[in-house]
Design a protein around this ligand. Structure first.
Ligand SMILES: Cc1cc2nc3c(=O)[nH]c(=O)nc-3n(C[C@H](O)[C@H](O)[C@H](O)COP(=O)(O)OP(=O)(O)OC[C@H]3O[C@@H](n4cnc5c(N)ncnc54)[C@H](O)[C@@H]3O)c2cc1C
Length: 390
């Protein structure tokens, strides 16, 4: 089999990248290990993805946005950061970004479904599912992949989008800095009696981190971060006990709460690849940069990287150039590092400070929220970062 680009991984980043390079005369293949039915009808996975304005625009351009039921898109008007038991909050308002809302909230399974449908409508993309890569290497002549069924695939360029634990990255000998925070996040949807006013919460409480992402109606995505054993207990509780437990954890600030979805747990591990490209090879999505979810930027960066690389490739293709040229890939790497590295590092510092319950850290946590709240340019910068508007 012969293609111009082979993408490993049909997650949201891999599918969006395929769609971004489709239709410019290139033959594209996506290799995915899951069964196709799981891509066509992805199951609810608990993740509600906060999308920036820039991501929403890219999704419109890729033909994903209109495939999503507009009633399932919830506006994120403002964001509130809380610390410890105090009611004092740092407020980031949509007005700080000169937009009607900071961004939008969309379920991950709906993003995956819309991306799958968009890709299926592109004749230049071949989707090979239940594919298991057993060999991969690249040289001056091309990129070569062997599958478990013995089939061999030749391409000009391989793009890996196979998650933050990317096996393809490892097979190419690219190290990644991985950080295990020793915590697990539990996500689920809950109804509550106090309205959320479309305000997202990030609450760095003592001993736990809570987040609330407002969905349409009287329901929110609830995110609880705790050591894995505590999360296991939460996951195992019957619904009545669970509802009570979450109400107490939220200090009844949302009134009565009721679980209305399945519960899902994710280990809190971040990853940053030490190199994002190699000969005829590039990493995108979480395989390149696996962000801490506290900034809600993982997929936003995935989309941005897919767009950056696709723009370079489309430009090379239109002038009859090499779509896997070293300079092209290095330009992509430079741009993607520049847009992701500062926030990746800042997030680690914030997560470290707000995960520290010692007395000096508690004082610093409270002081930095109050100082941040009073510095208008800082709040505007945070709002612009959250919305990805300049
Ligand atoms: C709780 C939670 C909340 C989040 N909230 C936000 C948010 O608000 N905003 C935001 O922007 N981001 C958020 N994220 C991050 C976002 O979900 C990820 O950044 C995004 O899903 C990454 O997409 P991806 O396609 O790169 O990787 P993945 O979604 O991990 O997909 C990888 C794909 O590759 C396939 N695959 C893996 N290995 C192989 C292989 N060897 N061969 C073939 N196929 C393979 C997998 O089956 C899968 O289909 C959140 C994450 C979590 C856990």
């Amino acid at each position: 089999m012969n293609f111009d680009i082979v993408i490993v991984g049909a997650g949201p980043s891999g599918l969006c990248f395929a769609q971004a390079v489709a239709g410019c005369g290139l033959r594209i293949a996506i290799l995915e290990r899951q069964h196709e039915s799981l891509l066509a009808n992805p199951a609810f996975d608990g993740r509600e993805i906060a999308l920036t304005h820039r991501s929403a625009q890219l999704m419109r351009e890729l033909g994903l946005w209109e495939r999503i039921d507009q009633n399932a898109i919830s506006p994120l008007r403002d964001a509130r950061v809380l610390n410890g038991p105090s009611l004092y909050a740092m407020n980031i308002e949509h007005r700080d970004s000169k937009k009607q809302e900071l961004g939008y909230l969309v379920s991950n399974y709906l993003i995956r479904k819309s991306a799958y449908e968009a890709v299926k409508s592109s004749p230049s993309v071949t989707l090979l599912t239940e594919a298991q890569v057993t060999g991969i290497n690249t040289d001056n002549a091309g990129a070569h992949i062997t599958l478990a069924n013995g089939e061999k695939i030749e391409a000009q360029l391989i793009v890996a989008a196979d998650s933050r634990f990317s096996e393809t990255r490892r097979a190419m000998g690219i190290p990644a800095t991985m950080h295990d925070f020793g915590k697990t996040m539990m996500v689920c949807v809950m109804e509550h009696s106090v309205p959320h006013q479309h305000v997202a919460w990030e609450w760095f409480d003592y001993g736990q981190t809570l987040a609330l992402l407002p969905m349409n109606g009287m329901r929110s995505s609830v995110v609880i971060t705790l050591p894995a054993s505590d999360i296991q207990q939460l996951m195992a509780m019957n619904e009545t006990d669970f509802n009570q437990e979450v109400e107490i954890r939220f200090k009844h600030r949302l009134g009565t709460m009721q679980l209305v979805s399945t519960r899902h747990a994710y280990p809190l591990v971040t990853a940053y690849a030490s190199r994002i490209v190699a000969k005829r090879f590039a990493l995108i999505g979480d395989a390149a940069v696996g962000m801490h979810p506290v900034t809600a930027h993982g997929f936003n960066f995935g989309l941005r990287g897919a767009d950056t690389l696709a723009s370079e490739i489309r430009a090379a293709q239109s002038r009859g150039g090499d779509i896997a040229a070293t300079e092209l890939l290095e330009r992509y790497e430079r741009k993607h590092r520049l847009s992701t590295r500062p926030l990746f590092l800042a997030t680690h510092a914030i997560a470290k400070l707000y995960g520290d319950d010692s007395i000096p850290a508690r004082l610093l946590r409270a002081a930095s929220l109050r100082i941040g709240n009073r510095i208008a340019p800082l709040k505007r910068a945070v709002a612009n970062m959250l919305t990805e508007t300049n």
